[in-house]
Design a binder for this molecule. Structure first.
Ligand SMILES: *Cc1c(COP(=O)(O)O)cnc(C)c1O
Length: 428
């Protein structure tokens, strides 16, 4: 029988890199046990929600046409609401992605003349056009909704004084982004988000707080919704889809906010009563069931990579030992080849499309060329091992995912091999 080492070698990972990886992984066992314990806790949360709502095989059938009386769809929303401890949730394949879910949550709950404030600095790139920070057709700005932004402090914490000063008569909604997205600030811990929510509500209980929870689900034992967020929003082709959801987004929150989202998603008067689930319900249920352990695999992959690249002298964020608040890892190379060759290595390790070479291109919604590596079962899924980086300083690659830690580890080793072969990284 072939040894594991020789299998790695046949897959393009040299003995030297494999051994470097093994030494790194050995030191992480304690850390990985903590992650498994969190996954166990979250698994119980999800199964409890399934059982409470008496999920049965019939729930997977789905509907067509108008989708009236789609019990599978309606009860999936109850499963999400119970897991996130919210009054209600909207979870649908008609919500096309995370940006759409966030745009929906905003547009549904803001009216002309209202103002929204981001209190975690610049929001995710694609939201710039949703809000109208970059002028864009159909933006909230075009509907007379204004926007303000409060920066995080240099240490990455909320600037409470500046938040207090920013809240005005017109302020209707406050946005908090948990994950750093394409920035090098730290991602926000759920309890810190909770403090900010409490602060805003203590000054203005009428303000709606929306948390962009993308990449954060199941990383911790609690979610922003446990701390009073009115809407917690994310994408099903990230953590909560567990790698199986082929499409979708969710909004979990108060009944009032979710009803507003429902009538905006479909139509006033129709709301959540329509929206056929077609044939995706089993995948949405099963993906959510798997999501806690899949998220744990992604976290282990990120921590493994952080420790590996940190030893090679690169700035990694979060660093090798820091607490995690999302599944994103960035590695700052400082030169474009680092980003490009890293992505090539991730692609070479993929189960799908391993033979193609990723190249930087001008992606819609982004303001610089972006390179993306993904050999995914679900197109664009970033709970699957995937890497991307805007080709602009500080030339950081952002990667996330790994449906299994075993595959994530291979991808990271393959990326290192690629950088080594291209002569941009030296080992030892
Ligand atoms: C991915 C992401 C989004 C947008 O989700 P898409 O599914 O890519 O549209 C928004 N905010 C954050 C923080 C994200 O990570």
């Amino acid at each position: 029988m072939e040894t594991l080492e020789s299998m790695y070698e046949a897959m393009g990972v040299s003995k030297e890199i494999y051994e470097f990886g093994e030494k790194t992984a050995e030191k992480l066992e304690g850390r990985f046990r903590e992650i498994d314990a969190n996954a166990e806790y979250n698994q119980m949360k999800v199964v409890r929600a399934f059982q409470k709502n008496r999920i049965s095989a019939e729930h997977f059938n789905g509907t067509t046409g108008y989708g009236y009386n789609d019990a599978g769809r309606d009860d999936l929303e109850k499963v999400y609401a119970d897991t996130f401890h919210t009054e209600d949730a909207l979870v649908r394949p008609q919500i096309t992605c995370g940006t759409h879910a966030l745009a929906l949550a905003l547009a549904a709950n803001l009216r002309p003349g209202d103002e929204m404030i981001s209190i975690s600095g610049k929001p995710y790139d694609t939201l710039e056009e949703v809000i109208g920070i970059r002028p864009s057709r159909g933006s909230l700005a075009e509907y007379g909704i204004t926007y303000r932004q409060v920066e995080l402090k240099p240490d990455g914490s909320f600037d409470f004084e500046a938040i207090r000063n920013a809240l005005g008569e017109k302020t209707r909604l406050v946005e908090i982004q948990r994950s750093k997205g394409y920035l090098t600030r730290p991602s926000l811990a759920v309890d810190k988000i909770g403090e900010a929510i409490r602060f805003v509500k203590s000054l203005r209980p009428d303000i709606i707080v929306m948390v962009d929870n993308c990449y954060g689900e199941f990383v911790d034992r609690v979610e922003p919704s446990d701390f009073g967020a009115d809407m917690t929003v994310g994408s099903l082709i990230k953590n909560p889809g567990g790698g199986l959801a082929p499409i979708g987004g969710y909004i979990a929150g108060t009944h009032e906010c979710i009803e507003n989202c429902a009538v905006r998603l479909t139509s006033p008067g129709l709301g959540r009563e329509v929206g056929a689930s077609l044939g995706v319900l089993r995948q949405l249920y099963q993906g959510f069931f798997l999501a806690p352990t899949v998220t744990a695999s992604a976290l282990k992959t990120a921590i493994f990579a952080a420790n590996l690249y940190e030893q090679l002298g690169f700035r990694v964020n979060p660093n090798g030992t820091e607490r995690r608040n999302d599944i994103i890892q960035d590695i700052e190379f400082g030169f474009p080849e680092g980003v490009i060759h890293f992505c090539e290595g991730i692609q070479q390790a993929a189960p799908v499309d391993s033979y193609v070479t990723p190249e930087p291109w001008a992606m819609p919604g982004y303001d610089s060329d972006v390179i993306m590596a993904a050999g995914a079962f679900v197109s664009g899924s970033s709970i699957e091992l995937s890497a991307d980086g805007p080709i602009k300083p500080p030339y950081a690659v952002y990667f996330q995912g790994g449906l299994t830690y075993e595959h994530g580890k291979f991808g990271i080793l393959r990326s290192l091999q690629r950088l080594y072969e291209c002569g941009v990284v030296k080992i030892g």
